[in-house]
Write a protein that binds this ligand. Structure first.
Ligand code: Q0Z
Length: 287
């Protein structure tokens, strides 16, 4: 008899279980967060969209770097994964200047030690993608560090490998997305080491929760861009004058439906697979 899954921890919108010594189960819920607060209202199938996208990318990037995926469960929201020794840094690759990258550039002209051209605007495309590591701070908010600090944490040789793998993953996914009308502005990877000492891509990959996806048709540098998936929820919450502290507001059905439609649209554009087809047979994303 297989033993029961042991709950190891909760992320904002995901749960982590141990299946045995070597395997984990990552389960994506339908919870949604905005302005770093989990809302009391769920977005139906959001967890399936994220899990399906992660599995899709894992299947297509194996030639760049091996990943932790063992199996996609037929609930469409759970991934069986190999247990890794996770690196103590998050690897963000940025092709555009947004979020904390824009903030740091505005005040210093550089992001994580990458000195950038002088005249960039918010959301501008960068001359080349940059790797901007961050440490997983206790406070919850990640702290950007430079490549030297990252190399000190994981070793110089390993860091060089991480940087080259991360840029290759970003270039592959950004080119794929651009052909489908979506800008991949930036994305966060979490990598780990397997028992043989090999670098392995873990966690979720290239989802709307770990990335900034922008609709290419509306791209207008010089200010912040609307988010592909969460913009309805953000706009609704802003319209309430909510102070962005717990508890967040309930979200009305039309805003939930619009948000769900955006997640589904992102899934369909990026994968080329009808979401109903995924629900009927999740394994389609692996083929
Ligand atoms: C991922 C996280 C979540 C809470 C640990 N393959 C792996 N090996 C070892 N550790 C992890 C992984 Cl993916 C690992 N997290 C992030 C995910 C809920 C925290 F679903 N933590």
């Amino acid at each position: 008899m297989p033993e029961a899954a042991v709950h190891l921890g909760s992320g904002k919108v995901r749960e982590l279980y141990a299946l045995d010594e070597q395997r984990l189960l990552l389960v994506a819920s339908d919870r949604i967060s905005t302005f770093d607060v989990i809302l009391p209202t769920e977005v139906p199938d959001k967890g399936r969209v994220l899990t399906g996208l992660s599995a899709f990318w894992f299947a297509r990037t194996q030639g760049i770097v091996p990943n932790h995926l063992i199996a996609l469960r037929n609930d469409g929201r759970s991934l069986e994964c190999r247990r890794l020794e996770m690196l103590p840094v998050e690897i963000v690759v940025r092709g555009y200047l947004s979020g904390s990258g824009w903030k740091d550039y505005s005040s210093t002209g550089a992001v994580c030690g990458h000195v950038l051209p002088k005249d960039l605007r918010e959301s501008d495309r960068l001359p080349e993608p940059i790797v901007t590591p961050a440490t997983k701070a206790q406070s919850g908010h990640d702290e950007n560090i430079d490549g030297h600090a990252a190399a000190a944490l994981v070793g110089a040789e390993r860091w060089a490998e991480v940087e080259s793998v991360a840029v290759a993953l970003y270039r592959f996914a950004a080119a794929h997305a651009e052909e489908r009308g979506i800008i991949l502005a930036d994305t966060k990877f979490e990598l780990g080491i397997d028992p043989d000492g090999a670098l392995v891509l873990g966690d979720e990959a290239l989802t709307p929760d770990s990335s900034r996806f922008w609709p290419a048709a509306d791209y207008a540098p010089g200010g912040p861009q609307p988010s592909y998936d969460k913009q309805y929820v953000r706009d609704y919450c802003e319209s309430l004058g909510w102070d962005k502290t717990y508890p967040g507001p309930e979200v009305p059905a039309d805003v939930v439906a619009g948000t769900r439609a955006r997640y589904v649209e992102a899934f369909e554009l990026l994968t080329g697979i009808a979401f109903d087809h995924y629900l009927a047979d999740p394994q389609v994303v692996l083929r």
